[in-house]
Design a protein around this ligand. Structure first.
Ligand SMILES: NC(=O)c1ccc[n+]([C@@H]2O[C@H](COP(=O)([O-])OP(=O)(O)OC[C@H]3O[C@@H](n4cnc5c(N)ncnc54)[C@H](OP(=O)(O)O)[C@@H]3O)[C@@H](O)[C@H]2O)c1
Length: 337
């Protein structure tokens, strides 16, 4: 690749956007040209001040001025870290695309957007093609643990009967927005009520991961089931952000199953609760049988930041349109471009 730096802007300077911006500063192949947010406490400030590294000479602009800012700054890639659902993300993605910028987004539903938002996905694909840019949804999960990694592991199998993945997370170690959306400290009935109203979501992406794997393996999934229930604290526990009395929610237990011919073909289990040990395990029942395990757990926030950063060169290389992790070559750490 040429020595020209890649101009990157962050859309959504929240917990993940800030983390990505900090790591991007260490990448000499990237020039961080600014950020976009709506939070009045951030807009107008120097990005460096928000991410805690001292002045960088680039500003946070309001979403209302995003299109102009992205065009004027010759942004090559927008890192989009705003929201989970594509309908909410669409107006931001549209501005990035119209400004001629490629996009790497952490929006979970964009990891396989044809499941929940087929019409918007087609619209986004058309828009990206017309503007000659690439849009990719990725992260740690969806994006890696529940989908890209198990699919990649199947590359040493000649046949597969079933893929099972378990992701176990100590919720206390995760960022505030994570703990909030998992309902930590709520009473169980409040948890169910807020989940029903969409005020909290816990994990979103079981179905997206299942369909991403199936698109990679070329298998047709007949039916997808998603379930989530709260984990109830057996004693009083605390995190940096929440005080959780006994009997209140200390995490979630979630399940995604993809069926082929009424048999489980993909089983994804997520247990994220306070004090739980961190590990990830993938079992492939195939020829040969295979078990992969990360005893440390794959640190969710850092891994998301890393995946997004390492996917930046990939969206530049890829052909235009709305793509998924299936469409790029394996994103590895890019020490040098
Ligand atoms: N795929 C994965 O593996 C993965 C991993 C981690 C996170 N995620 C997802 O990534 C997203 C970001 O996570 P987070 O924890 O960083 O959330 P967050 O802290 O809430 O950050 C979102 C930021 O975007 C801002 N924002 C809201 N609407 C905006 C708009 N229209 N234009 C510009 N900025 C806007 C928010 O401002 P206000 O606070 O004022 O609303 C906030 O600063 C979430 O949807 C999360 O679920 C995915």
């Amino acid at each position: 690749m040429s020595a020209k730096k890649i101009n990157v802007a962050i859309y959504g300077l929240g917990a993940i956007g800030v983390l990505i911006a900090r790591y991007l500063r260490e990448k000499h192949w990237v020039s961080l040209v600014g950020a976009i947010d709506i939070d009045p406490s951030k807009v107008g400030k120097d990005v460096g001040e928000i991410i805690g590294v001292g002045a960088l000479g680039v500003k946070v602009v309001h979403d209302n001025e995003a299109l102009e800012f992205l065009k004027d700054s010759n942004v090559d890639v927008v890192v989009h870290t705003v929201t989970t659902y594509l309908d909410k993300a669409f107006p931001q993605l549209e501005k990035a695309i119209r400004a001629g910028a490629n996009v790497v987004s952490t929006s979970e539903t964009l990891a396989y957007p044809w499941y929940r938002f087929p019409e918007l996905a087609d619209k986004l694909n058309d828009l990206a093609k017309r503007n000659n840019v690439t849009v990719l949804g990725t992260g740690v999960n969806p994006g890696f643990i529940f989908d890209t990694l198990p699919a990649f592991l199947s590359s040493v199998c000649v046949s597969v009967n079933k893929i099972s993945v378990t992701r176990s997370i100590d919720a206390a170690k995760r960022r505030y927005p994570f703990q909030k959306k998992y309902g930590l400290s709520l009473k169980p009935d409040e948890f169910y009520e807020m989940m029903e109203k969409g005020e909290i979501t816990a994990h979103v992406g079981y179905a997206e991961s299942i369909l991403l794997i199936s698109s990679m393996l070329g298998i047709k999934i007949d039916r997808v089931v998603e379930k989530q229930e709260p984990v109830i604290a057996e004693k009083h526990v605390k995190t940096q952000y929440f005080d959780i009395p006994k009997g209140h929610v200390s995490g979630i237990r979630g399940l995604g199953i993809g069926y082929v011919n009424d048999k489980e073909f993909i089983r994804l289990e997520l247990i994220a609760s306070v004090g739980r040990s961190d590990y990830d395990e993938i079992v492939i029942d195939g020829n040969p049988r295979l078990k992969w395990r990360n005893e440390y757990g794959t640190s969710g926030d850092i891994a998301t930041a890393a995946m997004v950063i390492n996917a930046i060169p990939k969206v530049i290389e890829a052909g235009p349109g709305l793509i998924t992790m299936k469409d790029i070559t394996i994103p590895t750490l890019k020490i040098k471009l």
